[in-house]
Design a protein around this ligand. Sequence first.
Ligand SMILES: Cc1cc2nc3c(=O)[nH]c(=O)nc-3n(C[C@H](O)[C@H](O)[C@H](O)COP(=O)(O)OP(=O)(O)OC[C@H]3O[C@@H](n4cnc5c(N)ncnc54)[C@H](O)[C@@H]3O)c2cc1C
Length: 389
Amino acid sequence: MSLPPASGAPAALTLLTEDERLLRDSVREFATARVQPLVREMDDHASIPRSLIDQLFALGVMSVEIPDGFGGAGGTFFHSVLVVEELSRVDPSIGVLVDVQNTLVINAILRWGADELKARWLPRLATSTVGAYALSEAGSGSDAFALQMRARQDGDGFVLSGRKLWITNANEADVFIVFATVNPDAGYRGITAFVIERGAAGFTVGKKEDKLGIRASSTCELLFEDCRVGAQDVLGDVGKGYKVAIETLNEGRIGIGAQMLGLAEGALGHAVRYTKERHQFGKPIADFQGVQFQLARAATDVEAARLLVYNAARLRDAGQPFLTEAAMGKLFASEVAERVASLAVNLFGGYGFVKDYPVEKLYRDAKIGQIYEGTSNLQLQTIAKQILS
Ligand SMILES: Cc1cc2nc3c(=O)[nH]c(=O)nc-3n(C[C@H](O)[C@H](O)[C@H](O)COP(=O)(O)OP(=O)(O)OC[C@H]3O[C@@H](n4cnc5c(N)ncnc54)[C@H](O)[C@@H]3O)c2cc1C
């Protein structure tokens, strides 16, 4: 039997190309120098300073996949994943700000936007405009297509009425992708996506939630009362909003996997450093085999999460099916994030329980990974459906 030459084999998933490595290094440096010093204050005040958002735009990480012609960085989906991972090692709130901008908002406009809509929004999203993505409502989370928000056809435009809940970036955003139904009797076939600017008459950003974790990331209610939009504000086709939602969220959840991966890496890094410094019984606690084995298991978890998340992202960039892999990546990375952050708190002992050290916050931040962009049960449902079909 003759085997094919080894040179034909795909490179290891974690081997980065030159441009991927340069991007990762520059974002890592930025996160350490510019984000790290603000983490505690942003968490305490539950806000992100606009000056930091401006620096994220200047770095190019708010427009990763926007083509050069529209002023963006012209990168890949995998680049977005690397950026979210690196930022989330230091602050998962900054990670999700950048994640929603790239993997949901820009992704949806690039894929579904008419030429006029792209020309109107992409240059702004590349330079200064933060975006938000509004699907969930008080009565429809996992069952997202049971949404109640109405878009009533009126002349050649639509009049929107209803409420959205838990919308990330809503406080900072100037543009919102909003899902509403043009025909409640048509079920999911009535759902339509709209691109709406902050300040549109009849649209207000409501109450900001007071949260357990990712506190600096804003999560707000959106209120629409007879908000008039034009036909040119429809994203994709009327009645095809469910496709926009499903397809962007299938990709977006790889970004949440990257956020949770970065969080776990951050927590593990803190635990390794601390256990080498902290002395008990006359030696560093990292010298105890019990501690070493816990760290080794956490490192294995992190590596497995990285492989799942990177594989899903690289499959997506290669135009290959990735639905199951994305669900597995998000499911697993969010569980790993919670486990590793919890271990880090344990290994810091009493210091792990107070806000002067970073692991308490990462432990709180980890919880959201199993909730948004499809709860863990919904990821399991997706995986089960695929393997049983
Ligand atoms: C901080 C934060 C930010 C968010 N950002 C956004 C955003 O930017 N845009 C947006 O549109 N939404 C956003 N959300 C909403 C988020 O996506 C929903 O909270 C999530 O999808 C879960 O919906 P739910 O809260 O209604 O829970 P429910 O759907 O009511 O679920 C409650 C429980 O029931 C389980 N469950 C439900 N259905 C099933 C089933 N069929 N089988 C088994 N178990 C099931 C769930 O797994 C969960 O454990 C955000 C939420 C939070 C907390």
